[in-house]
Write a protein that binds this ligand. Structure first.
Ligand code: SDX
Length: 441
């Protein structure tokens, strides 16, 4: 029977080492055994951006990037998008199993009872500039929520974790809608608990003076989009939530860090960047010119490529279909023709094919959100709301994991060797000093 281990020879010393293989990985800490001498620190693993490093054991989400498979707690994303709803999927992600009728009703009630926010949060939000980016408002407000719930600091208490989870999943849509109303200079709309999770969100966004009834097709489309964005294993923002949460700070602060990471255009900010890119391209006739710019490396084809998916993102396929269901209600967003032409050409072009660049979750979502009536800056907020369930499931898994400690990576030091302090009057201005300072800025 083949041994589950690596035998490595350090050619610097001729010594041989056995490194156990467990669950398809070696413990990078085992590399420390490989030393030049007894007082040597031992070898480190070097993996910038953690391209090939497992930071944790998790049971929440499984992705096969080559086959385009995405499972939440073992269930195919396609099945959940077809048959489930967001709150049921959030229960699955957080609790690990699909709920029975009684548990689903209790979960829905508990989330719904936490949709209101403290009135001071409303006052806090009115302090933002009229043109603030809603992701900045969301990040700041969620971080501020840690001051409203000091009990949340007891992260090792199960009941406290459960309470904060209900609060955050319940309140994210309210805060997001308040941010939108702030941008529009409109009065904030309070939750209507008789509506569904996404129906209530639409009401808080778009209700004007009269009665508001969400369009069922839009309500369902948003619910499916929320299912598709609910978790995605160790993506950048989840890694941020885990790393910040590993200091045992409260979950509001950890989730605010997740929102911050998601804000970036390489991550959740990509859906906003895609629509801006399509608007800049302007017409189907301009696509070949745009493709040239992407291939030259001058610009990125936003919404394309993925660290894990080296085939079509399964979420992208579902979203592309969903777009037409939304357009049946809203009318077609003409940007989709440009997106379809970009995809058609890119999937035939060796630059993209050789780099296994396919449309990801963000390529078509913005076109749908714009058709529904969201401003571009709200798109990443629509990603953050559903991802809160995944962030909290992963955060709780980290808190409970006996192997986890505070996240504190090592480094490869490339700086100056030890040197003596030089008094000001003795510091010559060597020619290269400016270069060094400029480089360090
Ligand atoms: C999300 O991790 C997750 O799971 C994230 C997410 C989730 O649900 O949480 O799935 C959500 O963030 C989706 C990704 C959204 N981002 C974008 O659409 C932005 C555009 N995409 C890229 O910036 C990029 O593809 C990333 C950031 C998504 C992935 O980057 P990697 O894995 O670090 O790959 P890379 O930047 O090293 O690129 C590899 C090569 C490079 O070419 P070479 O240097 O080898 O010549 O592919 C090229 C890149 O130039 N490339 C692209 C490209 N993406 C990569 N070229 C043109 N257009 C692109 N979009």
């Amino acid at each position: 029977m083949a041994k589950e281990s690596l035998t490595v020879i350090d050619n610097r010393t001729g010594k041989q080492y056995e490194l156990p293989i467990e669950d398809g990985a070696i413990r990078t800490a085992d590399l420390r055994k490989i030393k030049l001498s007894d007082d040597d620190f031992g070898l480190l693993g070097y993996d910038p951006a953690l391209l090939n490093t497992a930071s944790c054991r998790s049971k929440v989400t499984y992705i096969d990037g080559e086959k385009g498979i995405l499972l939440y707690r073992g269930y195919d994303i396609e099945d959940l998008a077809e048959n489930s709803n967001y709150l049921e999927t959030a229960y699955l992600i957080v609790k690990g199993e699909l709920p029975d009728e009684e548990r689903l009703a209790a979960w829905t009630h508990n989330i719904t009872m936490h949709t209101m926010v403290h009135e001071n949060i409303k006052k806090f939000m009115t302090g933002f500039r009229y043109d603030s980016h809603p992701m900045g408002m969301l990040m700041g407000t969620i971080a501020a929520m840690s001051t409203f719930y000091p009990d949340a600091k007891d992260v090792e208490d199960l009941q406290s974790r459960r309470l904060q989870t209900r609060r955050l999943i319940g309140k994210l849509p309210t805060i997001a809608a308040f941010a939108y109303r702030h941008l529009r200079g409109l009065p904030y709309v309070y939750p209507q608990n008789e509506l569904s999770y996404t129906g209530n969100f639409l009401s808080m966004l778009f209700k004007m003076a009269g009665k508001y009834t969400p369009h069922p097709a839009i309500e369902r489309a948003l619910d499916v989009l929320f299912i598709l964005h609910a978790d995605h294993e160790q993506n950048c923002s989840t890694n941020a939530v885990r790393a910040v949460g590993s200091s045992l700070v409260d979950p509001y602060s950890a989730v605010a860090a997740g929102v911050a990471a998601l804000y970036g255009p390489r991550h959740g900010g990509a859906n906003e960047a895609v629509v801006r890119m399509l608007q800049k391209i302007g017409s189907v006739e301009n696509v070949p010119e745009a493709i040239k710019a992407f291939k030259s490396g001058e610009e990125r084809l936003m919404g394309f490529g993925h660290r894990i998916y080296k085939s079509y993102d399964p979420r992208g396929k579902i979203i592309k279909k969903l777009a037409y269901e939304v357009f049946d209600v809203t009318g077609k967003n003409p940007l989709i023709d440009i997106a379809l032409e970009l995809e058609r050409i890119a999937l035939q072009d060796d630059y993209f094919v050789s780099r296994k660049l396919y449309p990801n979750v963000d390529f078509y979502t913005g076109i749908i959100y714009q058709a529904i009536g969201f401003p571009v800056t709200m798109f990443p907020v629509l990603f953050a709301i559903p991802r809160t369930a995944g962030w909290l499931a992963q955060w709780a898994e980290m808190v409970r994991d006996p192997e986890q400690k505070i996240t504190r990576p090592r480094q490869l030091y490339m700086g100056e060797a030890r040197r003596q302090y030089v008094p000001l009057i003795e510091r010559p201005e060597p020619a290269d000093r400016e270069d060094k300072v400029a480089e360090a800025i």
